[in-house]
Design a protein around this ligand. Structure first.
Ligand code: ADP
Ligand code: MG
Length: 442
């Protein structure tokens, strides 16, 4: 079965990734095992595995899941034929809370500051001084790949350098839960509590993860309060503002809002170009033979308006490919080699997508959104959806009206105007629109 699945998946990937990528990166993969929720591939080298995982991992996983939905992740293992494959690394056992899992590359030096992230950066810098706690917690939020984890790691580096005596603990909310549950199971709750209470600076990444997980939330809340009471610094991140995390207890939300809440905005052209230029310097050292021609970075910054992770991945792919085939990185090569990313970035947002997102967001039925009921609970989201359709698609007013159950263009125009006014006076609506826009662009 595994071979049949893999050969089907390969066939699809050949179509979506293009012949070059397929030949270089997919063909050499050997699907070795498909069990326990993991698809394990044999790869020739570690670099190869990392590269495939970063660049094509999502697409491979997506295709495998279509054929076998029990698979949740991919694993790439170097095949040393007669040597047994290395056992999976056990989760780091942290006795004394030290930041064992801090990425050496995520420093303030390597963080490019621009308009969209300057506030978050300034707040992170402030916390990294390790001085008296001035806001607690620092809550960083923003869409995926915009630098939240990078900033948290940068804080940890800086604290370790400047204040080595401080006990800094960084972990993801998922790890927090994992440790909490193992402590419960192994009857080590006292150790667990002691460990967390002994921290000077606690950073928990992606806290939206604990939403809906009641006992974890409960424990998190206690840990949080105990540290705040002792005036210890807490830094949290999430993919959205505290108030918008569904299924998170109100008392936790309000605690999170007590400190400084700053968001990382989607990147703009200047920031993207800055990040690419910064990365390029590192690549130039790593690949001294590869020539990058003028205009490629500008082209990428302009066309890949997605998150930084994708942007970086694109540049990595270009360098790896150019070095492999011994060619210069030209605009042509970039267009060819990044075809899939460029296509995804060009993706047009549709009115239907906007309607679905808005209905979801306000928890109303799609039929009520596009219908004619005048209840405020339907009418307001309807106007917001019309407004977003006008702003985010190239559809005309009559065209939008048709897609909202055959309404007149003047109705659409009125809706758009109304939302424009409301945006000025009602910060809740302004926030809602910003969130929706971000979700749609993600
Ligand atoms: P998030 O945690 O918000 O999803 P990450 O911090 O993991 O995002 O960032 C994704 C990638 O983008 C990382 O490799 C990170 O180094 C890089 N990155 C994000 N923002 C910046 C920036 N302003 N300057 C340099 N690299 C950045
Ligand atoms: Mg992150």
């Amino acid at each position: 079965m595994k071979d049949a699945i893999w050969s089907d998946v390969k066939e699809t990937l050949q179509g979506t990734l293009g012949a070059n990528n397929f030949k270089n990166w997919i063909e050499p993969l050997d699907l070795y095992d498909l069990s326990g929720g993991i698809a394990t591939f044999h790869v020739p080298t570690n670099f190869f595995g990392n590269y495939v995982s970063q660049n094509f991992g999502d697409q491979i996983l997506y295709q495998i899941q279509r054929a076998h939905d029990a698979i949740g992740r991919l694993n790439f293992v170097v095949d040393k034929s007669n040597r047994p494959t290395a056992p999976k690394a056990a989760p780091a056992q942290v006795k004394k809370p030290v930041s064992a899992n801090i990425d050496a590359r995520f420093t303030f030096d390597s963080f490019v500051v621009g308009k969209p992230n300057e506030l978050a950066h300034a707040a992170a810098r402030k916390v990294a001084e390790g001085g008296p706690v001035s806001f607690n917690p620092l809550f960083l939020y923003g869409g995926v790949g915009l630098g939240k984890t990078h900033l948290m790691h940068a804080i940890a580096h800086e604290l370790q350098r400047a204040k080595p005596e401080l006990n800094v603990l960084y972990l993801s909310a998922e790890q927090f839960m994992y440790r909490f549950i193992s402590a419960l199971r192994e009857r080590k709750m006292i150790d667990f509590k002691q460990m967390f209470r002994a921290v000077d600076v606690l950073m928990v990444d992606d806290v939206q993860f604990i939403a809906g997980k009641e006992s974890t939330q409960e424990e998190f809340f206690h840990t949080f309060n105990a540290l705040v009471d002792q005036n210890k610094q807490i830094i949290l991140s999430a993919d959205r503002a505290p108030g918008e995390i569904k299924d998170l207890e109100d008392r936790i939300k309000s605690r999170m809002q007590c400190g400084l809440v700053v968001d990382l905005h989607p990147t703009d052209y200047e920031l993207r170009l800055g990040i690419l230029q910064n990365k390029e310097q590192a690549f130039a050292l790593q690949y001294p033979d590869v020539v990058l021609t003028d205009g490629v970075l500008e082209f990428m910054a302009h066309r890949i308006a997605m998150n930084v992770r994708i942007l970086e991945g694109a540049l990595t792919r270009l360098y790896a490919f150019a070095s492999l085939v011994g060619r210069e990185i030209t605009l042509d090569l970039a267009q060819d080699c990044l075809a899939d990313i460029l296509r995804a970035s060009d993706r047009k947002i549709t009115v239907e997508e906007i309607q679905r997102k808005v209905a979801d967001y306000y928890n109303i039925r799609l039929s009520d959104l596009v219908g004619s009921k005048r209840l405020r609970a339907f009418a307001r989201p309807r106007q917001i959806a019309m407004y977003l359709s006008k702003r985010m698609t190239s559809r005309s007013l009559p065209d939008i009206g048709r897609r909202f159950g055959g309404k007149d263009h003047t109705t659409v125009m009125h809706g758009v105007k109304r939302v424009e006014e409301l945006q000025m006076t009602d910060s809740q609506i302004a926030d809602d629109i910003e969130n929706l826009r971000r979700a749609l662009e993600a």
